[in-house]
Design a protein around this ligand. Structure first.
Ligand code: PEP
Ligand code: MN
Length: 398
C-alpha cells in the first residue's frame, strides 16, 4: 500500500510517496549545501543552469578513431549551440563481439578535443575503473548509461567511487519506465556529495511498437521535474528516436516542454558509424536541423503544459490498449470463423447480434457513453468481423 505524505518542498506543500521522504531530505540538505558553496569551476557548473536554448551536447555515439573524433569536434565547434562534446569510449553492447568501444586511448582524443576546441568533454562511465580513468584524463562531465542505472549495486559503486570528487554527473533514465529507480540513482549521487547532477531523458523500453526506438513517455521526466524543480533535464533525442528522420519533431517537442538541453549524436560519416548508425547526424545536418527549431517565447504556464502532456500521454496509452484489444477480439473472431466453417454454420446469426447490441448498449450507457456513438462503433466492429469471417469462408481450404 502506498502512503502519501505532505511535505514542504520547492516552496509549497507537495504530496509525495512516503518512500521518497528520505530522498527529499537528502535533496534539501544538498540544496542548502549548493547555495552555501562558491563554485570553484564556473565554466563547468554553468552548463547546468544555462539559460539560452537549445543548449546542445553532441558528438559520436562512439569514439572510433582519432581522426573521426577530431574532425567531428572541429565541425561541431562551428555550431553555436554545441557546448559539450560527447563520445562513448566503453560501449555497452547487447552481444559480445560487437564493437565495444575504443577504450582508454579514446580518452586521450577527448583531451585533445578539449585542448583544441575548448568544448567541455563528457563520456559514459559504467564502473569505478572507468571513473578513475575518466578523472585521470580530465573529463569534465560524466554520464551514467541507461543500462547501468537499472542496477542499484552498480549505481552505488559508482557514486561511492566519486565520494569527495564533485564532478558534474548526468544520469540517464533506466531502460524501464520506472521513475523511482531513476530518482533512486539521482539520490545515490546526491548522497555521495555530488552537487552538480542532471538527468538525461533518453526514452524507455516499452512493449508497444511505436516509431521510436525508445518510447519518450514525456509524463515521466515531467513528473521528475515536478518533484525536483532544480534538477536540469537534458533530452537525448537520438536514443529516443533511433532514426534521424524523427529527430526534428522530438527536438521541437523537448524544447516546447522546456528541456534544459539536448543530447544529439553526430558523426562525420553517420552511415559508417560502428554504433547507432541510423540515428546519427553529420555535423552539417545537425546545424541545419537546429536552425529549423522554433524557439518559442514561453507565455503559457509550464504547469498547464505539463499537465496537458500528462493527460495526452494517458490518451496515447489508452489508444494503444484499445487497438490491442480490437486486434485480440479479431483473433477470436477468426477462431469462431474457422469453427463455424468446420461445422457448416452460417456467418451471420441475427439473434446473437441482437443480443450483443442490447447488452453492450446497456453497459456503455451506464458508463455515460452516448448510445448513438456506441451503436455506430459496434456496427463498424461487427462489419469488420463479418468481412473477416467471409474471407475465412471463401478460403479454398475445405
Ligand atoms: C549512448 O549515449 O551512446 C548510450 C549508450 O546511451 P543509453 O545508455 O541511453 O542507451
Ligand atoms: Mn548511441
Amino acid at each position: 500500500m502506498r502512503t502519501i505524505v505532505n511535505v514542504w518542498f520547492a516552496g509549497r506543500f507537495t504530496k509525495i510517496d512516503e518512500g521518497l521522504l528520505s530522498w527529499v531530505k537528502v535533496l534539501l540538505l544538498q540544496q542548502k549545501k549548493i547555495m552555501s558553496q562558491e563554485s570553484t569551476n564556473i565554466q563547468v557548473s554553468d552548463w547546468l543552469h544555462i539559460k539560452e536554448q537549445p543548449f546542445v551536447i553532441s558528438g559520436p555515439c562512439s569514439a572510433e578513431s582519432e581522426e573521426q573524433v577530431m574532425v567531428t569536434a572541429r565541425e561541431l565547434r562551428k555550431i553555436e549551440q554545441v557546448k559539450i562534446f560527447r563520445a562513448g569510449i566503453w560501449k555497452p553492447r547487447t552481444r559480445p563481439g560487437e564493437f565495444e568501444g575504443i577504450g582508454i586511448q579514446g580518452l586521450k582524443w577527448l583531451q585533445k578535443v578539449k585542448a583544441e576546441t575548448g568544448l567541455l568533454i563528457t563520456t559514459e562511465v559504467a564502473n569505478p575503473t572507468h571513473i578513475e580513468q575518466a578523472l585521470k584524463h580530465g573529463i569534465d562531465i560524466l554520464w551514467i548509461g541507461a543500462r547501468t542505472v537499472v542496477n542499484p549495486f552498480s549505481v552505488q559503486e559508482l557514486s561511492d567511487a566519486l565520494r569527495g570528487v564533485d564532478i558534474p554527473v548526468m544520469i540517464k533514465n533506466p531502460l524501464t519506465p520506472d521513475l523511482k529507480l531513476w530518482i533512486g540513482a539521482i539520490e545515490r549521487f546526491y548522497s555521495a556529495g555530488i552537487t552538480q547532477v542532471a538527468a538525461i531523458h533518453r526514452g524507455f523500453h516499452y512493449f508497444n511498437r511505436s516509431p521510436y526506438r525508445n518510447a519518450p513517455m514525456w509524463e515521466i521526466p515531467i513528473e521528475l521535474k515536478r518533484l525536483i524543480p532544480s534538477l536540469p533535464i537534458i533530452t537525448d533525442i537520438s536514443h529516443i528516436c533511433g532514426r534521424r528522420d524523427l529527430l526534428l519533431e522530438i527536438a521541437q517537442k523537448a524544447l516546447d516542454l522546456e528541456t534544459n538541453g539536448l543530447m544529439i549524436e553526430s558523426h562525420i560519416h553517420p552511415d559508417k558509424a560502428l554504433t547507432d548508425a541510423a540515428q546519427q547526424l553529420s555535423p552539417g545536418a545537425l546545424a541545419e536541423m537546429l536552425s529549423r527549431l522554433v524557439i518559442r517565447k514561453y507565455t503559457g504556464s509550464i504547469e498547464f503544459e505539463h499537465h496537458l502532456e500528462k493527460l495526452r500521454s494517458e490518451i496515447d496509452k489508452l489508444d494503444v490498449e484499445l487497438i490491442q484489444l480490437l486486434a485480440k477480439r479479431m483473433e477470436v473472431i477468426e477462431e469462431i470463423g474457422d469453427y463455424k466453417k468446420e461445422n457448416n454454420i452460417t456467418i451471420l446469426q441475427l439473434k446473437r447480434w441482437q443480443h450483443i447490441i442490447e447488452d453492450r448498449l446497456a453497459i456503455g450507457t451506464s458508463l455515460g457513453l452516448d448510445p448513438a456513438f456506441l451503436l455506430s462503433m459496434l456496427e463498424l466492429v461487427h462489419e469488420a468481423s463479418i468481412q473477416r469471417q467471409t474471407q475465412i469462408f471463401n478460403r479454398g481450404d475445405y
